[in-house]
Design a protein around this ligand. Sequence first.
Ligand code: 3EB
Length: 339
Amino acid sequence: MELLSSPARAEHLNAPAAAALQPLRVEYSSRGAAAALAARDVLAVLDFSPAMPASTDPRHLQVPLEAGTLPAQCEIWRGNGAVELGAEGALRWSSDGDYAFVALELDEAQFGGIAATAQAAYAQLSAWRSRSATPHLLRIWNYVDAINLGEDDAERYRQFCVGRAAGMDAALTANYPAASAIGVRDGHRVLQVCALAARRAGATVENPRQVSAWRYPRQYGPTAPGFARAMRAPAQPPQLYISGTAAVVGHASHHANDVAAQLDETLANISSLLAAAGSAAVLGGAHSILKAYVRRAADAELVRERLHARLGADTPLLILLGDICRAELLVEIDGIHNG
Ligand code: 3EB
C-alpha cells in the first residue's frame, strides 16, 4: 500500500507503455562515414572502413578491424531527437536524451599495460555513467590489440578482464551490460571501449546453454569476464542486444579447428538466448542485424555464405576480421534482434 501511494510508483503502474523508449535504429552502410555523420539524427558511426584521417567528430569511432568480405561498411546508430555532444576527459559522448553513445580510446603506454588501462577506462565510464541523464549501460564493445598475446593468466584478454572488473562501479557489477571483447591487430596498443547507454534500465538475459560468464571457473583466468549474455532494451517494440556469442557450451569451447561447426554451435547458442529472452521472432531476416568476427581471413566467405543460408540472404551482416578472446575460437557473432 505504501508503495502504491507513492506518486512515482503510481505513474509507472498507470503508464507502462509510455515509459518505454523508442528502439534505437541501427543499420550498416557502405556509403562511408562522412555521409552518415552529415545526418542530424545520427548518434554514432562505428567505422570499419579502411583508415581515413583521424576524425574529431565525437560520434565517429574508427575501429581498426578489416572487412572479411567486401564492401567495407560502417554501423550507424540513429536516435530519435536532437543530438547533443559532450566530452569529459578522454571520454566523449553523444545523446538524444533517451540513448547515448559513449567512447574512450586510451593509450596503454600511459597507464602501464592492458589491465591498468582497462581499469582506467571502466572507472571513467562508471564516473560518467553515474552523473549522466542516461546512466544505464546496456551494451559495451571492447577492442583490444593483440588480445591473445601472453601465456595463461598473462594473456592480454585475461589481464583486460582483471582491469575491467577493478574499474566497474557497483551499479555495473550488479547488472553487467551485454558486451563483446574483440582483438584488433594493428599493433597500436590503444584500448577502445564504446557503449550504448539509456535513460531507462534494461534487463539482463542469461543463456541456459552457457555458464554465465561472470561464473566461469578459475581455469579461464583470475577474474571472470563481467558481461551478461544479452540485454533486453527498455524499448517498445522490443529490442535485444546480443553479446559476443561463440561456440562455448557450459563454460568449454567446442569444435576446435572447425569453423562451420563453431558457427552452428554459435547459432544454437543465440537461438537459446532468444528463447530465454522471450523473443517472439526467430533470428535473421529483417529482425536481426549481426556482426561476425572471423579469426582467419580464409574463413570469411564460408561464414558469410553459411549465415546467409541459415538466416536468410536479407539479414544485414557485417563480416570483420578479428581475434576472439579464446585462442581456439574461430568465430563470434554479436548483434541486435528486434523482437
Ligand atoms: C565467451 O562466451 C566468448 O569479455 O566482454 C564474448 C563476449 C566473450 C564478451 C567479454 C567475451 C566477452 O566467453 C568471449
